[in-house]
Design a protein around this ligand. Structure first.
Ligand code: SIN
Length: 281
């Protein structure tokens, strides 16, 4: 086992790929972490993008209590008693017509304060498949030519509410929900590292460009996410696996290759911060 300890935290982890993703050791129990442990978890998520923690038995209420220690939580009015309002139910079975998150995205980037961490815990997993694929948007940004990088540094994009988010929000129409403009390249407040912050799930257009230019540039950037496989990891779930991802630096998509099997769990989504102060031009 290639166990490492990050410089800024004393959490031992096994890298999922050399620069991206970390699987924490079997001894960690999230519900027992003290404040230093919570700080270390957030720092490691900033450095590695995705954290995988196995065998974490907890109730939905305990998940909410834990996630609150990471920041303010988004609420989901459509749960109708199936789960606490602070959780999104992630569920698929033989009746499902679609699943949440099956295209590349960063969670709810249409929010004025787009999410920092998301915390997904699955209780039931299919016999095979059902992985989540993650892309490291820092490595994707670094994979672009210097010329394209400097073009992107001056641009901003509008993000609109869409799809599953509209459903879980309880809104009837898109225009009841906020849209937001964010820099196309952001820096992480903990690490200062730049990352690409446009995604196929929520980004509507680049505001400084014509529609034609914006569509072409966004398509090129989304292709870069899909084809830069060196910047991707694939996480396989077991019952009671918890995965944290830092939406500031990561995009993800769920693989729905297991129909008609069941997959069930809960996501807490933790508010991040306003982007502009963290962008170094
Ligand atoms: C999501 O986008 O939060 C869903 C991810 C998953 O189900 O793997």
């Amino acid at each position: 086992m290639n166990t490492q300890i990050s410089q800024a935290t004393d959490l031992p982890f096994v890298p999922v790929s050399p620069k991206f993703g970390a699987e924490l050791g079997p001894d960690i129990r999230l519900l027992d972490l003290d404040d230093n442990g919570i700080e270390a978890l957030q720092q490691l998520a900033a450095e590695r993008g995705v954290l995988v923690v196995r065998d974490q038995v907890m109730t939905p209420d305990e998940q909410v209590g834990f996630a609150r220690r990471l920041g303010e939580l988004y609420e989901t009015p459509m749960n109708r008693g199936r789960a606490p309002a602070e959780l999104i139910v992630i569920h698929a079975d033989e009746k499902s017509k679609y699943v949440a998150g099956s295209q590349w995205h960063s969670d709810v980037s249409s929010e004025e304060l787009p999410p920092g961490l998301s915390m997904l815990r699955l209780e039931e997993v299919p016999p095979s498949g059902g992985d989540t694929i993650f892309a490291d948007m820092t490595q994707v940004f670094e994979s672009l030519s210097e010329q394209i990088q400097s073009l992107l540094l001056g641009l901003n994009a509008r993000h609109d509410p869409r799809g599953h988010y509209l459903f879980v929000s309880g809104a009837k129409r898109m225009d009841e929900l906020p849209a937001a403009v964010h820099p196309v390249v952001r820096t992480h407040p903990r690490t200062g590292r730049p990352s690409l912050f446009v995604n196929a799930g929520f980004t509507a257009r680049i505001v400084e460009l014509s529609q034609l230019e914006s569509d072409a540039l966004l398509k090129m950037l989304y292709d870069q996410v899909v084809y830069t496989v060196e910047a991707q990891i694939r996480i396989h779930w077991e019952p009671n696996t918890v995965v944290f991802w830092d939406n500031r630096v990561v995009q993800h998509r769920a693989s729905w290759d297991y129909f008609p099997a069941r997959r069930h769990g809960y996501r807490a989504t933790i508010a991040g911060e306003k982007l502009a102060p963290y962008l170094e031009a």
